[in-house]
Design a protein around this ligand. Structure first.
Ligand code: AHR
Length: 662
């Protein structure tokens, strides 16, 4: 090495050492708290839930039915069913066979005709949704509709079998008479099995028709018969969501108009709800799920009821007469739009009308005489372009003519910027739209960089519904996306900006919500589950910390007179909770070095006790799983000094500080 090179190399080492010494020094930030000059209220709807039936979120997930294709309505009507001893579908003299009969006059058209020729051999099995999950000691309601066509089937024998095909529980139901009847029995699970099957055999040889073969845990949310999976609803409840958006998502729009979500077909008697293929069954070639249908057992009545259970505002989103623009983009002509608009008007009557109205009566007959007090409705999900604006205008006029108090949510397309987004916003602003839905699936870096996104939004324009967002660790719709700490941390940084701008941002929700570990199409997702368990992602805990600590009024928190929005990777928001008389400060440090913050309360007076909630992880790549949740909020207490807070915000962490106002 020449002398010149040596000197150069020493200089590089020295400067590296200097910078590293500098980096190791804990930087101190002085943050000033003050009341906003113009009071800014945080809407009760600030943090909510986006529910879409994607990733087996409804059938196979939240809707606790354990039998897949219980009424043989799938396009491939044998989906989920097997006859292990029947070699062909044609008459099999050694056992029996099943054929599908159909009654076109009915909404639930199909039923199974089972011809039992040799009951010693004939077996019918259902595989459930990637198996049937059973919990030791729990009871399961088994039911089916049966017509004893030939009159000589004496009993239906059903059993639950484990992964090895071993029977673990059985019930036998005597058949009475010939006509269609509902039969019920109760299984008790002697052990926990993740992937059990239902096996049916018969006593006697003959012909029966069967429909609605169903199995439900008794231990559902609120113990409702045919209800929702308790552990999953509990996770939603724990979020204390301000709203529940349903039923999506692109599922609202459908791949074609015929496949759009039609709420009227999802209410009334569960057995009469018309089956529809789920759009996500073919959503992505790399995650095909041909056995993904919609029984609508979780339909609009149940969504309203769930909203009520959660204390969340119901936010239904309806088709505006445009099928998913990523699929066919099929468009209803303006002159044919009336039925779509009528669906929206009727939905408001279904939710809010008294029992003297047509749709209010149907709600009453379903067991809910008191109105659901609907305040919001979404027109279209993720539409874009001039056709959407034209359709929106018709809906807006009709809805507000009849229901002037209902707040309408309109959409700005699938991206947070670009031509369609700009166009949508420009038009909607001119139309004095009330709330505009924005969607962003983007990199963690994007989320951190955009923490100030709403700082400069027009304060007199429409309010924002950040209706779908999630940081993507690899890329949008990439199957390798992870719910890791980096994504959650970047969302937390971004959310400080949502909260700081609560005068513009009225509603926000992470998307998608649920994913079945064996049946998903889209990742990342907020809550993962299998047939037995569920776990909360780091992203879930970020949502929970913000939502559980949303407060009522925005406070200013500044460093050198500026909002804390990424200076040295520090992000902050502060609120007052008028009900609990608390100041709540949320700080995200996305740096690899810890930082000390000294928070001066200005004219506000803080109590002594500080509750500090910390969410952090060993690595940015750390994830939670079914086995462990290494990323979970941890709480500790400390005290203010001289009426100020001085505390450390560890590297790559979200910290929530709570202190009483005195
Ligand atoms: O959340 C998944 C999908 O992403 C939604 O259905 C759609 O609105 C968006 O494109």
């Amino acid at each position: 090495m020449t002398t010149k090179n040596k000197i150069f190399s020493i200089a590089i080492s020295l400067s590296a050492a200097f910078f590293s010494a500098q980096n190791n020094t804990v930087r101190t930030f002085n943050l000033d708290l003050k009341e906003s000059p113009v009071p800014v209220k945080i809407q009760p709807t600030m943090y909510g839930i986006f529910f879409e039936d994607i990733n087996f979120a409804a059938d196979g997930g939240l809707y606790a039915e354990l039998i897949k294709n219980r009424s043989f309505e799938f396009d491939e009507p044998f989906t989920g069913w097997k006859q292990p001893n029947t070699k062909t579908l044609s008459p099999n003299l050694d056992s029996g066979f099943l054929t599908i009969y159909s009654d076109p006059a009915k909404t639930n058209k199909n039923y199974a005709r089972i011809t039992v020729l040799n009951n010693k051999n004939y077996i019918l099995e259902n595989e459930g949704f990637r198996g049937i999950g059973l919990h030791q000691g729990e009871q399961y309601d088994f039911s089916f509709d049966l017509e004893n066509v030939s009159g000589n089937i004496a009993a239906v024998n059903a059993s639950l079998v484990d992964e090895n095909g071993k029977e673990i529980s059985s019930v036998s139901t005597l058949i009475k008479g010939k006509g269609w009847q509902k039969y019920t029995a109760v299984f008790k699970a002697p052990k926990t099995v993740e992937k059990a099957k239902l096996r049916i055999t018969f006593t006697g040889n003959g012909i029966v028709n069967m429909d609605m073969i169903s199995l439900f845990p008794q231990d559902t949310w609120k113990g409702r018969k045919g209800g929702l999976r308790k552990d999953l609803v509990q996770k939603l409840y724990d979020l204390q969501p301000g709203f529940l958006r349903f039923p999506g998502g692109c599922i609202v729009e459908g791949r074609t108009l015929a496949e759009r979500y039609q709420w009227k077909k999802t209410i009334g008697n569960v057995a009469d709800r018309e089956y529809l293929i789920n759009k996500w069954s073919t959503g992505f070639p790399h995650r095909l799920t041909p056995d993904y249908g919609q029984s609508f057992g979780l339909g609009f009545f149940e969504y309203f009821q769930l909203s009520e259970d959660l204390g969340a505002e119901p936010v239904p989103i309806l088709s505006c007469g445009i099928a998913c623009q990523f699929n066919t983009a099929e468009l209803v002509k303006m002159e044919n739009l009336d039925p779509y608009v009528q669906d929206a008007l009727d939905l408001i009557e279904f939710a809010n009308g008294d029992s003297g109205t047509k749709w209010g009566r149907i709600r009453t007959e379903m067991g809910h005489p008191t109105p659901f007090n609907l305040k919001f409705i979404g027109v279209g999900n993720e539409q874009w372009g001039a056709d959407y604006i034209e359709h929106y205008k018709v809906f807006e006029k009709a809805i507000h003519a009849k229901y002037p108090d209902i707040k309408i949510i309109s959409g700005s397309g699938p991206s947070p910027d670009g031509e369609f987004f700009e166009y949508g916003w420009k038009e909607l602003k001119q139309l004095n739209a009330q709330i505009v839905d924005e969607h962003y699936y983007n990199s963690p870096e994007w989320f951190m960089k955009n923490a100030g996104r709403y700082d400069h939004y027009d304060r007199s324009g429409p309010k924002v519904f950040a209706g779908e967002y999630a940081a993507q660790s690899v890329g949008v719709v990439k199957p390798d996306n992870k719910n890791n700490w980096l994504t959650a941390l970047s969302e937390a940084a971004f959310m400080t900006g949502l909260e700081r701008n609560a005068d513009v941002v009225y509603m926000t929700s992470y998307a998608p919500l649920f994913a079945h570990a064996d049946g998903w199409q889209w990742t990342p997702d907020l809550i993962w589950f299998n047939n037995l368990k569920s776990y909360a992602t780091p992203n879930y805990y970020v949502q929970k910390l913000f939502s559980n600590n949303k407060g009522t009024d925005v406070l200013k928190i500044e460093s050198n007179g500026k909002a804390v929005s990424g200076q040295e990777k520090l992000y902050a928001t502060a609120v007052k909770d008028a009900k609990n008389k608390e100041i709540i400060i949320k700080i995200v440090n996305a740096d690899t070095q810890a930082k000390t913050v000294n928070i001066k309360p200005g004219t506000l007076k803080m109590g002594e006790k500080i509750t500090k909630i910390l969410l952090s992880a060993p690595q940015l790549s750390t994830e939670n799983s079914f086995d462990a949740e290494p990323i979970k909020p941890k709480e500790e207490n400390s005290e203010t000094k001289n009426g100020e807070i001085s505390t450390e915000i560890p590297a790559n962490s979200l910290v929530v500080l709570k202190v009483k106002v005195i």
